[in-house]
Ligand binder design. Structure first.
Ligand code: ZN
Length: 139
């Protein structure tokens, strides 16, 4: 199987799997490919080198051990920074965020958790939350 990143003439990008590169050419020629967003039939490959699904786990060396370690360290530092500089408000974050946002004098830093729905609602009000991966320190 080969995964291609595809792009339609309206610049929508999406991914699709093909059994091989010939299948893509065939479907493309017959205009059987369709943009999943706008149904445009003018589809191009957006990158030249396809990623190949490798079922051999032994060759799966990505991401390298070292990168993971470094990433984890960064995330732990990020967590420490947030814990030190932000006030924890738990799952009440959505309400607290509004308090801070609409109170112009307040510049409190807070953190906690929200549901997807709450996040969407806040976004509609112009409040963009940053979410960070929360990593366990002793893990
Ligand atoms: Zn499209």
């Amino acid at each position: 199987m080969i995964k291609y990143n595809l792009k339609c003439n309206n610049k929508h990008e999406f991914e699709s799997w093909f059994s091989d590169s010939k299948e893509f050419e065939k479907l493309s020629k017959k205009k059987l490919l369709e943009c999943i967003f706008c149904n445009s039939k003018i589809i191009k490959k957006s990158i030249m080198s396809p990623r190949i699904l490798n079922s051999n786990k032994n060759e799966n060396r990505n991401p390298p051990e070292l990168e993971l370690k470094k990433l984890k360290k960064d995330l732990i530092n990020l967590r420490k920074f947030v814990e030190k500089n932000f006030e924890f408000v738990g799952s009440n974050l959505a309400n607290k965020v509004r308090d801070v946002y609409y109170d112009k004098k307040s510049n409190k830093n807070i953190y906690g958790s929200t549901s997807e729905k709450e996040r969407e609602e806040l976004k509609e009000e112009g409040i963009d939350l940053v979410s960070i991966p929360w990593i366990e320190k002793d893990n």
